[in-house]
Design a protein around this ligand. Structure first.
Ligand SMILES: [Fe+2]
Ligand SMILES: [Fe+2]
Length: 192
């Protein structure tokens, strides 16, 4: 099942960026290091674009749809995860706003930004854990081979150009940009 592997990979990329953001926030708090708005901006953009426009829509349109159809008892879980996808879009706006306030308002806006980062990371980790621990095992159990063929094809980018390899490559490039910008130990970028 390519889709399951792809979901795990995409969760790992997203988790890496969330960890990186938390690291930068902690570094500023503990060592009063200068904020790295270039890195933070690229991270927030990634979190907005990658899960919100690429990862969640595929889950909604294929995996969730088939699971709801094959296993009506999973309905409440699917509804919960779908509503988290919608809530995520709202939460990322809060994070964007908090970053903007911090960038233009300076240190007094740092606590609000730090809180927004923590809240978003905790929310998204819970979401990914629920998908991996609850939804994927049910999908393995209830979906048919034909269902998986269709889901895999969509996740491999063969179904909809919006989820195609070219779009996937753009997100990979964005991820590499973050790694190249971010200072060690989260990336290989310059220390300032
Ligand atoms: Fe999701
Ligand atoms: Fe997911």
């Amino acid at each position: 099942m390519d889709a399951i592997r792809i979901i795990h990979d995409e969760h790992r990329s997203l988790a890496a960026v969330l960890h990186g953001m938390l690291y930068l926030v902690r570094d500023t708090r503990l060592r009063a290091s200068a904020p790295r708005f270039d890195v933070l901006g690229a991270m927030v953009y990634y979190i907005d674009a990658f899960p919100e426009r690429f990862h969640h829509p595929k889950e909604d349109a294929y995996l969730f749809k088939f699971l709801r159809m094959r296993n009506p008892e999973a309905g409440p879980l699917v509804t919960q995860l779908e509503s988290e996808h919608r809530a995520g879009a709202e939460k990322i706006r809060v994070l964007e706003q908090a970053l903007e306030r911090y960038e233009y308002g300076g240190a007094r806006e740092f606590p609000g930004f730090a809180e927004a980062v923590q809240a978003y990371a905790a929310f998204h980790w819970d979401h990914m854990r629920t998908e991996e621990d609850k939804l994927l095992p049910l999908a393995r159990l209830h979906l048919t081979t034909a269902d998986w063929a269709e889901i895999d094809s969509a996740f491999l980018g063969h179904t909809d150009p919006l989820f195609g390899p070219a779009v996937g490559d753009e997100y990979d490039a964005l991820f590499r940009r973050i790694v190249n910008l971010a200072p060690p130990p989260i990336g290989v970028g310059p220390t300032r």
